[in-house]
Design a protein around this ligand. Structure first.
Ligand code: HEC
Length: 166
């Protein structure tokens, strides 16, 4: 009787362990870029407003701010390749005209580049993701065509356009 129960428990435990292992294996798939918690406290690199008529207006119209975490900032300043763990954020907000000023509106999308040269080897060592508005809903379905292809022009700078102004 005792044996019966304990073997049932062991089977359940093993099933549980396999299930959770499978779960982690799945959640670290190639597209899994982490949400950049706390990025508003990172270093602000630059800002830019794309207005109607700009060739990227459809996709990136509005005002964007770029932030780098400490690892990314060091590489950006020194010109060294970005080490694993570097994260750069493209915070895109609506640009609204008010009283002859351009002010920030609602967040449109949060673009993220996360460096992990092994996990994201097929897209320049960077993981690419977009989070919709103020949510954690992922919007990138194909990082290669939606993001990486355009950043390839910056291959010599480890796929990063921005530089840090003193
Ligand atoms: C059509 C070209 C193009 C596409 C497509 C594109 N980007 Fe960019 N990206 C740029 C340019 C140009 C900049 C520099 C903007 C600036 O100077 O303020 C940039 C900047 C960035 C930055 C800040 C770091 C850097 O390179 O300056 C991040 C993060 C970023 N993009 C993420 C993404 C993600 C994620 C996607 C896909 C959802 C994407 N980008 C798609 C052109 C593109």
């Amino acid at each position: 009787m005792f044996f019966k129960y304990s073997s049932a428990i062991i089977i359940i435990l093993v099933a549980f362990i396999i299930h959770s292992w499978w779960g982690t294996a799945e959640s670290s798939s190639a597209s899994d870029v982490k949400y950049p918690e706390g990025y508003r406290n990172w270093t602000h690199v630059k800002s830019m407003v794309l207005q109607p008529g700009h060739q990227l207006y459809e996709a990136f119209g509005g005002i964007h701010h770029i932030y780098a975490n400490d690892k990314a900032l060091k590489a950006m300043k020194s010109g060294a390749p970005y080490p694993d763990g570097s994260v750069i954020v493209f915070d895109l907000l609506e640009a609204q005209e008010a009283d002859n000023a351009i002010v920030e509106g609602a967040r449109k999308v949060l673009g993220v580049m996360e460096k992990n040269s092994r996990k994201f080897a097929s897209t320049g060592g960077w993981g690419w993701e977009g989070f919709k508005g103020d949510t954690k809903v992922r919007v990138v379905t194909d990082p290669t065509t939606q993001c990486y292809t355009c950043h390839i022009s910056q291959k010599d700078r480890d796929y990063v356009f921005s530089s840090f102004r003193n």
